[in-house]
Design a protein around this ligand. Sequence first.
Ligand SMILES: Cc1cc2nc3c(=O)[nH]c(=O)nc-3n(C[C@H](O)[C@H](O)[C@H](O)COP(=O)(O)OP(=O)(O)OC[C@H]3O[C@@H](n4cnc5c(N)ncnc54)[C@H](O)[C@@H]3O)c2cc1C
Length: 384
Amino acid sequence: MSETTTAGWKSEDHALYGESVRKFLAAEVVPNIERWRKQGIVDREIWSKAGDAGLLGATIPEAYGGAGTPKSFDAVLLYELAKCGETSWGAAIQTIVAHYIVAYGTEDQKQRWLPRMAAGELIAAVAMTEPGAGSDLQAVKTVAERRGDDLCINGSKTFITNGQISNLVCVVARTEEASGAGGISLVMAETDDLSGFTRGRNLEKIGLKGQDTSELFFEDCLVPASNLLGEHGGRGFKQLMVQLPWERLIIGISALGAMDQMVDETVTYAKERKLFKQRLFDLQNTRMKLAEAKTKTEVLRSFIADCIEKLDRGELDASTASMAKWWGSQMQCEVADECLQLFGGYGYMNEYAIARAYTDARVQKIYGGANEVMKELIARSLDG
Ligand SMILES: Cc1cc2nc3c(=O)[nH]c(=O)nc-3n(C[C@H](O)[C@H](O)[C@H](O)COP(=O)(O)OP(=O)(O)OC[C@H]3O[C@@H](n4cnc5c(N)ncnc54)[C@H](O)[C@@H]3O)c2cc1C
């Protein structure tokens, strides 16, 4: 994924796309990072600008307003975003939800939502987590009951990325009598002017300062029954499970981008900082720590490349994606801690990128499925 990669998945088209992504980020994202972190949310315009630049529809089929490239093109975008230290813009959620719709949506649903998502008119959120249902997703209590031609949604969600800015929310809700996984469906809610829908405050986090994360409340919200994703109710849990490998790989990809950035920043700093009449870089401990960080990064790069190849071939399984998620986020946190240490007190100051990278890294071990859950999934694959 870096310039030096020999990864088989990366074609000339990926390299060209990467160049245009980097240009876009340099012009439209990097100059705004500080401001977004201060205001706690990105500007609405970044979505339409990214839509115009073709970044939101790269992997949406051409028939629905996209470019129809494989998911590895979104991997390029998400890697580059992480590599420039950007954690505010919830672009990852857009690709996750778009691919729920691509995979399960009816023709009408694809026509209704995908072109507007590619254009950045619709901004997606995934609303799974509830106060009483995080890792234990089958415990969701939000319901979407049939009322004539509508579904009536009642319930509350928490920790939802793009919670303030989204206007297309994929709600995990109970639609069927069946208990457990069998009663769960995915219901799409267009929230502009949706009566009974409210957003809680933008939650204060220890990191990801520019990403809006919120509670969402649904009180007798009526959405057309045709917003149930797919033809039949009760399949939501299965649908989520099939798509989760992509979501988990995304966390591994962003871990890799962040590690590349942290190693680069720290090498530069260690060569500039003088102490004991030499460069910080010349101390043996610094050299060992940077060698370790670089090794962890390169090992992750190879594994991620392998996962992306599998993804494009439709062969990425849950257990392998879970490895990318837990290992990637674990390595990211280790590298963040070791790199920050080399900055001394400066590393503890928010004005330094390493300080932000450190606090931003922590959540990667929690969301998208806690790392303990990832290990349980991997263990299950060994217990067949
Ligand atoms: C910044 C941020 C953004 C988020 N974005 C979204 C979003 O867009 N949409 C969404 O739906 N959710 C989102 N989440 C929620 C996130 O996915 C959950 O926080 C996560 O799944 C864990 O659920 P929980 O917080 O309820 O913790 P719990 O489920 O209560 O788990 C607490 C801890 O218990 C341990 N644990 C859990 N399960 C096991 C197990 N099987 N074996 C051993 N130990 C275990 C782990 O250490 C875990 O961290 C986000 C969270 C954050 C912090």
